[in-house]
Design a protein around this ligand. Structure first.
Ligand code: PTT
Ligand code: SF4
Length: 611
């Protein structure tokens, strides 16, 4: 196999053993890597019904086909497991030096099972693997942990770590790398913590075998040069994802006061222009020339790296209209290892519970900066009110009751990322059908929906667009494991990616092959959810939060707008039909077989009768 290393490191933390294993060519060809590889391994090897925070859960780090190769923006890694936040399939994608190092160590992924007896970290130095004591690291934040490990093992390494929130099994914890890259929103940090695994540190110095090294290098070089010439490059470099604040405010889609509104009076104070005026430097992922992490100084004069989602969820969504304060909350999340999106959503939810006097002793007003800092800390340590809100908004609402579930802004347990959808049925469908819960990663159709002037429409074209984006973003980019920003932000054409694949592997894949890959991975992820939710699966699990159906916007140009439930349900049916899923949202037997999921269909048939 060229392009792939063909090897996985299998670690059993309970036994303290690690073995280098080969995997089949069939697996590589059918699932490629990253998310595809992860879901297939979880499907085959995870016993259904496993407690996500038990030693039996399986944690996967997958580099993908492009990591370590000279293709554009390929320094990414997928981290996946059964999610403690949703109970279904969970993954995330972060930029990290661990990714090229993994592949140069001759590995496409790491599969971690069991639980270490004591806090430990995994040190992978090419072929040597050691499980070392993390006794001195446990209790430290993600920044300090990475610094200490790099000091000991060298700056050329890549480090994946958790902060205190992962250690304390807070279900909204992520994995962190490089002081500001974080991934695995559905609680991947907690899964790592449950295994007593504080960090993974990797150094790889080998060469990844490829079919045509010269062609690949040439294409990569040309790709990077091409990006520099794209019309939006300069603006992107100046503001990265942060220009979205201004755009969302103009479109009334800026989550404000726990997604009650789509406009924020202080949006200018937290937008990309304000950030640009105070940016002190930029940081980003390896192998990228579009570096988009903008660093400002927070209220304590410490560095904080901003992205759109972080700023909005910890800004307008909780009523904080000061960028330095937002920066502080963001830095705290990165250090403690809390997902900024879910943290901001949980704080907003807590503020609304406080306003409605639903939780005894809770006093947290909109825009309360000190109270938000305290709640972030308390969620990370799962103490006080943090023990309630650190469970995520779905579980917290189940405990609180009193109608609070209607304003818990989540789908399947994962909090919505920062797009208000009172008047965006297409983006609502995207949140509703995202394979990990409400994340924008897969089908960010909101820009198309607004620019095409179709916000009122619930027709089949919306379902088509969501599927198109899910194939490109959730399928191709997540399996090859490359940053999608060259394509979505600068218009770098998708047909570059099969060409890279040919140079790397010698295989001629068409874009249609890429889309089939996406469909296969989607069907298998859906099968995973159905198997886990045996007897409890309901198409309503693909609905967006109740708030968007019930509470109309009360401010801005879209005052009075809300989603229509019966039209949404029809839109969902179009989506199922186009995917070849039945009206329960379950792939039909014919669809599974067409996608090459024959054994998987047989297995699923034992759980639920397939149509
Ligand atoms: C991602 C989600 C996002 S998506 C953001 S900002 W974004 C939040 N970032 C967090 C953070 O920072 N710290 C923290 N403690 N929690 C955070 N939670 C949120 O996590 C990220 C970029 C961004 S910035 C985006 S959109 C793109 N995402 C990609 C993706 O998903 N796949 C892919 N192939 N390419 C992508 N490119 C872009 O990468 P999750 P990163 Mg992140 C600090 O992981 O779980 O997928 O959630 O990875 O290295 O920080 O890069 O406006
Ligand atoms: Fe990372 Fe941003 Fe570069 Fe993408 S564009 S690889 S998110 S730094």
């Amino acid at each position: 196999m060229k392009g792939w290393t063909g090897r996985l490191l299998r670690v059993d933390l309970t036994k303290g053993k690690a073995v280098n294993t080969e995997y089949s060519e069939e697996l590589a060809l059918k699932f490629v890597g990253g998310r595809g590889l992860a879901v297939k391994l979880l499907w085959d090897e995870l016993k259904p019904g496993t407690d996500p925070l038990s030693p039996d859960n399986i944690l996967i780090f997958a580099g993908g086909l492009y990591a370590g190769l000279p293709t554009v923006n390929s320094g990414k890694m997928v981290v996946a497991a059964k999610s403690p936040l949703t109970g279904g399939y969970g993954d995330g994608n972060l930029g990290t030096m661990a990714s090229p190092n993994l592949r140069k160590a001759g590995l496409d992924g790491i599969v971690v099972k069991g639980k270490a007896k004591k806090p430990s970290y995994l040190w992978i130095n090419d072929d040597e693997v050691e499980l070392k004591s993390a006794a001195d690291l446990w209790g430290k934040d993600s920044y300090e942990t990475e610094k200490i490990l790099k000091k000991e093992h060298g700056a050329a390494t890549g480090v994946l770590t958790i902060g205190q929130s992962g250690e304390n099994l807070c279900r909204i914890s992520t994995v962190v790398s490089q002081e500001g890259r974080a991934g695995g929103r559905p609680g991947m940090g907690a899964v790592m913590g449950s295994k007593n695994l504080k960090a993974v540190i990797i150094k790889g110095t080998g060469e990844i075998p490829v079919a045509d090294k010269e062609a690949l290098q040439k294409m990569g070089r040309e790709g990077f040069q091409d990006l520099l010439k794209r019309p939006n490059y300069k603006h992107w470099k100046a503001q990265g994802t942060m220009s979205t604040v201004e755009w969302c405010q103009a479109a009334s889609t800026l989550p404000t006061y726990n997604f009650r509104e789509g406009v924020f009076d202080h949006s200018k104070e937290i937008d990309g222009n304000t950030m640009e005026a105070t940016t002190i430097k930029q940081r980003g992922c390896p192998n990228c020339n579009m570096i988009c992490g903008n660093v400002i100084l927070d209220t304590n004069g410490e560095e904080s790296e901003l992205d759109y989602e972080n700023v909005v969820m910890l800004g307008s969504n909780i009523g904080v209209g000061d960028l330095k304060q937002v920066g502080r909350l963001n830095r705290m999340c990165d250090m403690l290892g809390l997902d900024t999106i879910s943290a901001g959503s949980s704080i907003g939810f807590a503020m609304e519970c406080s306003e409605k006097k639903l939780v005894k002793g809770l006093k947290l007003g909109w825009g309360d900066f000190d109270g938000s800092q305290k709640l972030i800390e308390d969620m990370s340590f799962m103490r006080g009110h943090g023990a309630l809100f650190g469970m995520g908004t779905k579980a917290a609402a189940e405990k609180i009751g009193k109608g609070s579930a209607d304003f818990a802004m989540q789908v399947k347990g994962l909090e919505c990322s920062a797009y208000d959808c009172h008047h965006c049925p297409g983006m609502s469908l995207s949140f509703g059908t995202s394979p990990i819960g409400a994340h924008h990663k897969d089908a960010w159709v909101i820009s198309w929906e607004i620019s095409s002037g179709t916000r009122e429409e619930y027709g089949p074209a919306k379902a088509d667009k969501v599927i198109e984006f899910q194939r490109i973003r959730g399928g191709m980019f997540e399996c090859l494991v490359a940053c999608r920003f060259p394509w979505i932000e600068l218009g770098f054409e998708v047909d570059h990616y099969p060409k890279y694949m040919e140079a790397a592997t010698g295989l001629k894949w068409s874009l249609d092959d890429m889309w089939s890959l996406g469909d296969r991975v989607y069907a298998l992820i859906r099968a995973f959810w159905i198997r886990e939710f045996e007897g409890k699966w309901d198409r309503k699990m693909d609905y967006p939060p109740e708030r968007w159906f019930k509470d109309p916007l009360t401010q801005g140009p879209l005052t009075g707008k809300k989603l229509d439930k019966s039209k949404y349900d029809t839109l969902l049916s179009y989506y199922y039909e186009k995917r070849g899923w039945d009206d329960r949202g379950i792939p039909t037997e014919a669809t599974m077989k067409k996608l090459g999921l024959v054994e998987e269909a047989e297995e699923l048939n034992k759980v639920v009768k397939l149509n």
